[in-house]
Write a new protein. Structure first.
Length: 205
């Protein structure tokens, strides 16, 4: 079976890939995202994804038993709201402020993807963008949601596959991308590197 490494601590990304038939091995990159910024929010997401994939691929190549085959996937998601890139709020105060700006508004969720072939060193970089329409939630709903802790540690301070799902009126684009990894984009990236998507499926999945 082809080794597939996910350079991310996101349980949502891992669950999405598993439901799609893959069996990723998780190695967290430990990249410091603070202060990293590119020309646009989409470019920033792609840059962070590349940094994560490069860090893990380098660690595997330099290990006591260097890995010479398989693939490393790095991803990073950012919400663009009114032209500003928003990551994880980190505090209840920031999450509440974020939601007051998001309610009744429309944002763009960008997820950067970087896929590295350990055998050839080739890499593919791409970003998927999905439009998200937020519900006009009340102050009480914002307070209750923030109190759960869920929005503090996710990009854009919301989820569509958790408690925040009721606060998203709709999306235009790949819904998997909002969770953190675009499956159609990943399939195309793998194909560019010569890998057939269905060959990565785990038997019985």
């Amino acid at each position: 079976m082809t080794r597939f490494v996910l350079a991310s601590a996101s349980p949502a990304r891992l669950a999405t890939l598993r439901r799609a038939g893959l069996a990723p091995e998780v190695i967290v990159s430990d990249v410091d995202e603070e202060g990293i910024e590119a020309a646009t929010p989409a470019a920033t997401a792609e840059l962070l994804a590349a940094m994560k994939a490069d860090a893990v691929a380098g660690r595997l190549r330099r290990g006591a038993e260097p890995v010479e085959d398989g693939f490393v996937l790095g991803c990073d998601s950012l919400l663009e709201l009114d032209g500003v890139a928003l990551g994880k709020p980190g505090t209840p105060e920031a999450a509440a402020e974020r939601w007051r700006a998001m309610r009744g508004n429309v944002g763009i969720l960008h997820t950067g993807h970087c896929l590295i072939s350990l055998a050839s060193g080739r890499r593919e970089l791409a970003t998927a963008s999905t439009i998200v329409r937020f519900a006009d939630v009340s102050d009480a709903e914002i307070a209750a949601y923030v109190a759960t802790g869920e929005p503090l540690w996710v990009a854009g301070a919301f989820t569509t596959d958790g408690l925040g799902g009721a606060f998203v009126e709709g999306i235009d684009g790949d819904h998997h991308n909002v969770v953190g990894v675009s499956l159609p984009l990943l399939r195309r990236m793998l194909a560019t590197l010569g890998v057939v998507w269905t060959n990565l499926w785990v038997p019985g999945s």
